[in-house]
Design a protein around this ligand. Structure first.
Ligand SMILES: Nc1ncnc2c1ncn2[C@@H]1O[C@H](COP(=O)(O)OP(=O)(O)OP(=O)(O)O)[C@@H](O)[C@H]1O
Ligand SMILES: [Mg+2]
Length: 259
């Protein structure tokens, strides 16, 4: 069973859609369009494919997400009222929050965020609306440890438990390339989609690449995409990339550096 993203031009890169119940990673720098991609995936799922969806946000507040997505005419509030969408805020700062008194800030009582509490919150919401699509934005918060072994263990535990929720899941991650290595989660996920930008002179190019998609004969080229009033639009042919191959093939995911 395939789960189409509904993003124009993208599904044909992956034989029509994600494999059902897979966990797919979307990586990219700030403003690359990770959140837009994820919301579009949920929005299209609800409005075109009758799949309910859950959006888990670690970074942005639901109010801001709803406001920003209005830019693409996506009325998330209506979908929430219709019980087709849930936006779940998991606030990592909940356990170190301050309130403003007259002249000072004062720390208030808070609860501890554990992997268990995070998974429980997600699962609770998925079950309540019978979600088929899940978007987790982003995984970076779960990597707040100095110990790489600990990070790998946390991410492995997280991803394996998410896989059991019977949702086709998209997880966003910031691409940080330290010492030319990949993010641990790129190995753990079933698929990885990379969003990059490049410049030639004053012109900015947005570039999308399917780095891996286990079990799928996916397209192996780099394609241009745009963020428009209607959301992301991918050019599945993108001949320009061949002309400028030297520039465009030099992506962070391959060379370990930003353009
Ligand atoms: N209608 C539009 N036309 C063109 N670009 C737009 C439009 N609406 C939003 N954008 C651009 O899309 C980008 C927002 O993308 P998004 O928030 O999805 O990125 P992100 O990868 O999630 O970023 P971050 O890592 O900061 O969360 C912004 O740079 C914004 O300028
Ligand atoms: Mg974002």
């Amino acid at each position: 069973m395939r789960v189409p993203t509904g993003i124009p031009g993208f599904d044909e890169l992956i034989e029509g859609g994600f494999i059902e119940d897979d966990v797919i990673l979307i990586i990219g720098g700030p403003g690359a369009g990770k959140s837009t991609f994820g919301v579009q995936y949920l929005y299209e799922g609800i409005t075109r494919y009758n799949d309910t969806g859950v959006y888990v946000t670690f970074d942005e507040s639901p109010a801001r997400i709803m406001r920003n997505m209005w830019r693409h005419n996506w009325d998330l509030e209506r979908l929430i009222k219709e019980n087709k969408l849930r936006i779940v805020r998991i606030d990592p700062l909940k356990y170190s929050r301050y309130i403003k008194r007259s002249m000072t800030y004062e720390k208030i009582d808070t609860e501890e965020m554990t992997l268990e509490s995070v998974l429980n919150q997600i699962y609770h919401n998925v079950q309540q609306i019978g979600a088929k699509r899940l978007f987790i934005d982003s995984i970076t918060t779960l990597k707040m440890s100095h110990d790489p072994v600990n990070i790998r263990f946390i991410l492995l535990e997280f991803i394996k438990n998410i896989e059991n929720m019977c949702c086709t899941t998209l997880i966003s991650s910031e691409n940080k390339y330290v010492q030319d290595t990949f993010n641990v989660e790129e190995y753990l996920a079933e698929g990885v989609i990379s969003l990059n930008t490049s410049r030639i002179g004053n012109e900015k190019f947005r570039l999308i690449e399917v780095l891996k998609m286990r079990g799928v004969k996916h397209d192996e080229s780099i394609h241009r995409y745009r963020i428009t009033d209607a959301g992301l639009v991918v050019d599945p042919h993108g001949s320009l990339l061949c002309e400028k191959a030297d520039i465009f093939c030099n992506t962070p995911s391959k060379k370990g550096e930003y353009q």
